[in-house]
Design a protein around this ligand. Structure first.
Ligand code: TYM
Length: 337
């Protein structure tokens, strides 16, 4: 195996609204790795967003708001490369090559495809089906070695490895790395506040099911107060959370926000009723999230500043991606590459 310089890549779709799930599963962890001494590349994946219908004006706004969310969460556009996917053409170009490497059967097995396409697969966009090949291209066009994501992206990252391995085998090269998913911490799967068996998601019809990064302090506190729980006090150890998905979710959220393990949260709060734990969690959430929401609103007043950050990020990203794409074309045998 060739040696690859460690490089981190991850992406988020600008498909409207960031949740606490995106923050704890992705943004906060992106900010944490930024200072670990490796190159970090973070992308607003607008080409992925349009695999389902996006109103053009809303897409523009959501992309800027997502960029504001990255910065407000602590990602520094000087330290990390921050850009939107459509501005670096190598993503779409490499994705085409990968469309020809990946197999239909691989795509058909993707649970996200099955969930998002629903029963009427004939009516889903071709882009939605090919989505994981574009995701593989996002990562491999930078020879990224580590990809921090929430648990829901695990299957896509396994497919990314399959594509890299098949490309390397097909062409007899050792060119693309086998990327490692990084799914770590207490909150890699934040669940709905209304149903502890469902993922917290921006597409859930109930706004009470999620905390949005743009929610104000009162709204955050109210959503936590009304979160579904059971009647038991918090247990003293993790075994006591088995079969209590709502309780486990609140403990994990606390742990994620406070940079603690779930067991440490139980050491401190075990034995408490939710009437005591929920206000503590609400205070913590407001304390951590209010500055983010305030900074996002401030940045949203400065769209030109955001656009300049994205343009500069795209230039830097392109400098890394273009030679890797060129070499890929050479390997494939394209004349003029
Ligand atoms: P997306 O836009 O759905 O979500 C962005 C990130 O947030 C994480 N996440 C969660 N983590 C914990 N709990 C939750 N409830 C929760 N909801 C979302 C996701 O796991 C993800 O890390 N396909 C990707 C975007 C993408 C990408 C990439 C990611 C495109 N290309 C390349 C990594 C590398 C997606 O739809 O994420």
């Amino acid at each position: 195996m060739a040696e690859f310089t460690p490089r981190v890549f991850s992406g988020i779709q600008p498909s409207g609204g960031l949740t606490l799930g995106n923050y704890l599963g992705a943004l906060k962890r992106f900010a944490d790795v930024q200072d670990a001494g490796v190159e970090t590349i973070y992308c607003m994946v607008d080409l992925h967003a349009i695999t389902v219908w996006q109103d053009p004006t809303a897409l523009t706004r959501a992309t800027r708001e997502l960029c504001a969310g990255f910065i407000a969460s602590g990602i520094d556009p000087e330290k990390s490369i921050l850009f939107n996917q459509s501005q670096v053409p190598a993503h779409a170009q490499l994705a085409w090559i990968f469309n020809c490497v990946a197999r239909m059967g691989w795509m058909q097995r993707m649970t996200q495809w099955k969930d998002k396409a629903g029963k009427n697969t004939q009516n889903a966009s071709l882009g939605l089906f090919a989505y994981p090949a574009l995701m593989a291209a996002d990562i491999l066009v930078y020879h990224a070695t580590h990809v921090p994501v929430g648990e829901d992206q695990k299957q896509h990252l396994e497919l990314t490895r399959d594509i890299a391995i098949k490309f390397n085998n097909d062409f007899g090269v050792d060119f693309f790395p086998e990327t490692e998913p990084v799914i770590e911490g207490a909150a890699t799967r934040v669940m709905s506040l209304r149903d502890g068996t469902k993922k917290m998601s921006k597409s859930d019809p109930s706004d009470m099911s999620r905390i949005n990064l743009t929610d104000d302090a009162d709204t955050i506190a109210q959503k936590i107060r009304k979160a579904r729980t059971d009647a038991e006090p918090l247990p003293g150890d993790l075994d006591g959370l088995t079969a209590r998905p709502e309780a486990r979710n609140l403990v994990n959220i606390y742990a994620g926000l406070a940079d603690m393990s779930a067991q440490q949260v139980l050491n401190a709060h075990g034995g408490q009723q939710f009437s005591a734990f929920k206000p503590a969690l609400a205070d913590l959430a407001v304390d951590r999230l209010s500055p983010i929401s305030a900074e996002m609103s401030r940045l949203m007043q400065e769209p030109a500043e955001i656009d300049a950050i994205l343009a500069r990020g795209a230039e830097r990203a392109n400098t890394i991606a273009a030679p890797i794409l060129k070499r890929t074309y050479e390997i494939v045998g394209m004349v003029g590459a």
